[in-house]
Each structure stands twice: as structure tokens, then as C-alpha cells.
Design a protein. Structure first.
Length: 411
């Protein structure tokens, strides 16, 4: 018989996922309580039949507010999307002493048919060990994983949910006057950037496809530098960098001094970049400064799998692209400390040395690493389209109700 629990929902994704998950948990006999922080949260908490509260005070009052709710409703578990939002930190910090289990959702470490669900934290706060031997032995003992159910999740569906969430936010000055978004970029600025970028994307795709074809067919050795979003928590909270310009400056400087003179550096922009930074101008300036004219290939789009399949190596801060690179047996260097930064997978020496014949990752270790991470932290499903949400709700419910979690059992 399942133990009945009391779940406190904090902020989630801009989609019906939370309300669907709440209904599933209440149908299973659990208590669900929700804290809304703005009008968008309220919009996506309709028809749940669960108790909800609107926090209207300043952030300084949130720890006490959460503590009172926890005591009033005998909260045993708390659920959130991302572990670095200011509205989540007080709840996470209080949880161990209060005996509350923390469940964190995040975009999948492996994509596109997976989302992440971990206890206590994700990414840099993950409970996953940093011991390659543990992954080897654990993965070796696990059964082969079933293939995921595939689904189509159009970007326009995600965009529609995002717009609806932020349009509702026009009521925030009235309903939640102290609320401040966790993102440093406001929605109007973000949307203006996307509109301009998507208008140019069609021509970029044709141009970049030609560049990639020419690059691969030339046989010229090249290294990959995939850019990340400056607003991503992976950069803001889990790396020593504050902006991709800093990353490009450091990597291009090292490449200029230590890479083989016949090698190229291929820099690829993030597919969800808002276009607020003129990376073409930045790369041109840095190329001139470091004497790299003609040795940099910059792409706004393109098939990443195709590129990684022929690259001599990949340099990343902590992007999930690093996992794709490892999957392609491409030597990989991390500038930070992601979950896959393990001896035998990523390069252990200095970046200056990486450009000279870096060894490929261990295929066997990566196989066991992937199998372990998938088993312990990934659930088949998505946050935005209906088929993906159906899968995610069903698969997440089993893990949320389980004690201990799959990862805790392995540990």
C-alpha cells in the first residue's frame, strides 16, 4: 500500500504539466498544496481542486511563509522546476532540517524524449557521484533500459504556453507587486529577439548547411565550441563565467596559441539564443586580436550530430551538448564541472594541451554512465505537448510516490 504524502508545489514550467501532475497525485490519494508567485502561476493552476496560496510579500518574508505552510499542511515533499530560482532557495535550504523531501524537475540531461527528475538538486547539485568506478559497476549491474516512447513536441506549442504565462503576468503589479522574474531578460525583450532571429533563420539554415558540407568534405581538422544561453542557470550558477563572450575569449586565445596551425574552430550558436548579442561582431573582433582570421567557422544553425561526428574535439562549459559529444566518441573538454566530468570520459589535462591529439572517451564507461543516469534521473516524457505531458505525469508519479528514489536505492 502506498504511503499517503503531502506535496507542496512551488514554481513549475509554463505549461499544463503541473496541473495535470497535481490531479494525478490527488487521484492517488495524496494531499497537494500550491504556492503561486504570480498571475502566470495562477493561470496554469486551474482545475486542480487542490489548495493554493498566492505569495504577495517581498522575498525576505518567503522563508517564514514556507515554514508556516509546511507546518499547517504537514508537508512531506516539495516539487519545483529548477533548484536555483530565488523563490525556491528558501524551501530547499529549510528542507533537510524539516524532514521534507525535495523533488526537482529540469529539462532532460538526454533529449528529446526525456526530462530530469532528481531528489535534492540537479546539475551541479545532483546527488550523482563523481566516481567513474561507481558508474562502471552500477551500470554494469543494471538491466538494459527499454526504448523511450517517441512524441512530437512543436516549438510553437511551447511558445504559446510561454506567451500565455507572460500575458497573464500583466496583472502582476496588482496581484503580486513584489514578484521579480528569475530571468535577467524581460519577456518583451526576449520575444522581440526571437521574432527577429526566426525571420533570419531560414536563410541561415541554407547558408550554414553549405558551410558544414564544405567543412566536412574539406577534411580539415576542426574543434567544436557550442555556445550556451547567458541566462541559463548552468552558466549563471554552475560556471565561472557570466557571459559567452568570456568563454569565446578564453577558448579562442588558447586555440590561437596551442592548436595545430591547420586546425579550425567551429563555433555554433545555441538554437534558442534570443539574438540579443552580436556574436558575429564579437568573433570577428576576437579573431583579429588573436590572429585567427580564416580559422573560425561560425554557425547560427546546423546539424550538431553531423558536426560532432567529424570533429576532432569539443570544448564546452557544461552544456548537455557534452553528452552528445561523448555519445559520438568525440574527445570532450569541460570548462566547468557537469555531471559527466569524469576521468575516462572528459579530458583531464589543461585546455592548452587538449588541442594536441586528445584521446576519445571510453565507450564502455559512457555506456554504463548513460544507462545509470537514465535509470536514476530521467523519465520518458515532456513538459509542453499533450503526449509528452501524458508520459511525464504517469512516469513522474511513480517516482514521486516512491521512497527511496531510484538514485537513492543505487546509492
Amino acid at each position: 500500500m502506498k504511503q499517503k504524502r503531502s506535496f507542496l508545489f512551488l514554481q513549475g514550467v509554463c505549461s499544463p504539466f503541473y496541473q495535470r501532475l497535481a490531479r494525478r497525485l490527488t487521484d492517488d490519494g495524496h494531499r497537494v498544496v500550491k504556492v503561486n508567485f504570480n498571475a502566470g502561476d495562477m493561470l496554469y493552476w486551474q482545475r486542480t481542486h487542490a489548495k493554493s496560496y498566492l505569495f504577495r510579500g517581498p522575498l525576505s518574508e518567503l522563508p517564514e511563509y514556507i515554514s508556516r505552510l509546511r507546518q499547517r499542511h504537514d508537508i512531506t515533499d516539495q516539487i519545483m522546476f529548477g533548484d536555483q530560482r530565488p523563490v525556491h532557495r528558501p524551501a530547499i535550504e529549510q528542507a533537510p532540517e524539516a524532514g521534507v523531501r525535495t523533488h526537482v524537475f529540469e529539462e532532460g540531461y538526454f533529449r528529446p524524449y526525456w526530462v530530469t527528475l532528481e531528489r535534492e538538486g540537479v546539475n551541479g547539485h545532483s546527488l550523482l557521484p563523481r566516481d567513474p568506478t561507481w558508474f562502471f559497476e552500477t551500470g554494469k549491474a543494471l538491466p538494459e533500459l527499454p526504448k523511450p516512447t517517441h512524441f512530437h513536441s512543436p516549438f510553437k506549442v511551447r511558445a504559446q504556453h510561454d506567451v500565455a504565462y507572460h500575458v497573464a503576468g500583466l496583472l502582476n503589479p496588482l496581484l503580486a507587486p513584489h514578484y521579480r522574474n528569475h530571468s535577467p531578460v524581460t519577456a518583451p525583450v526576449e520575444y522581440a529577439g526571437y521574432i527577429k532571429r526566426f525571420q533570419q533563420l531560414k536563410s541561415w539554415k541554407k547558408r550554414d548547411a553549405k558551410r558544414i558540407k564544405a567543412l566536412i568534405e574539406s577534411g580539415t581538422p576542426y574543434f567544436m565550441l557550442p555556445l550556451q544561453l547567458n541566462t541559463d542557470a548552468q552558466i549563471r550558477y554552475h560556471s565561472p563565467y557570466s557571459h559567452m563572450e568570456e568563454v569565446m575569449d578564453y577558448v579562442m586565445g588558447s586555440f590561437a596559441q596551442h592548436a595545430p596551425t591547420d586546425a579550425l574552430l567551429c563555433i555554433k550558436n545555441h538554437p534558442l539564443d534570443m539574438g540579443l548579442d552580436n556574436y558575429t561582431k564579437t568573433i570577428t573582433r576576437l579573431s583579429t586580436f588573436y590572429g585567427l582570421e580564416g580559422r573560425i567557422v561560425y554557425l547560427e544553425s546546423g546539424d550538431l550530430n553531423q558536426l560532432l561526428g567529424h570533429a576532432k574535439g569539443t570544448v564546452t562549459v557544461n552544456s548537455t551538448v557534452g553528452l552528445v559529444s561523448l555519445e559520438h566518441q568525440c574527445p570532450t573538454f569541460t570548462l566547468s564541472d557537469p555531471i559527466y566530468n569524469l576521468a575516462g570520459l572528459t579530458y583531464e589535462g589543461a585546455l592548452d594541451e587538449f588541442w594536441q591529439q586528445p584521446p576519445p572517451p571510453s565507450a564502455q564507461l559512457f555506456h554504463y554512465f548513460r544507462k545509470t543516469v537514465m535509470y536514476a534521473t530521467q523519465i520518458n516524457g515532456g513538459f509542453y505537448c499533450r503526449p509528452g505531458i501524458d508520459l511525464a505525469v504517469n512516469n513522474a508519479a511513480h517516482i514521486l510516490e516512491a521512497c527511496p528514489s531510484p538514485l537513492e536505492k543505487l546509492l
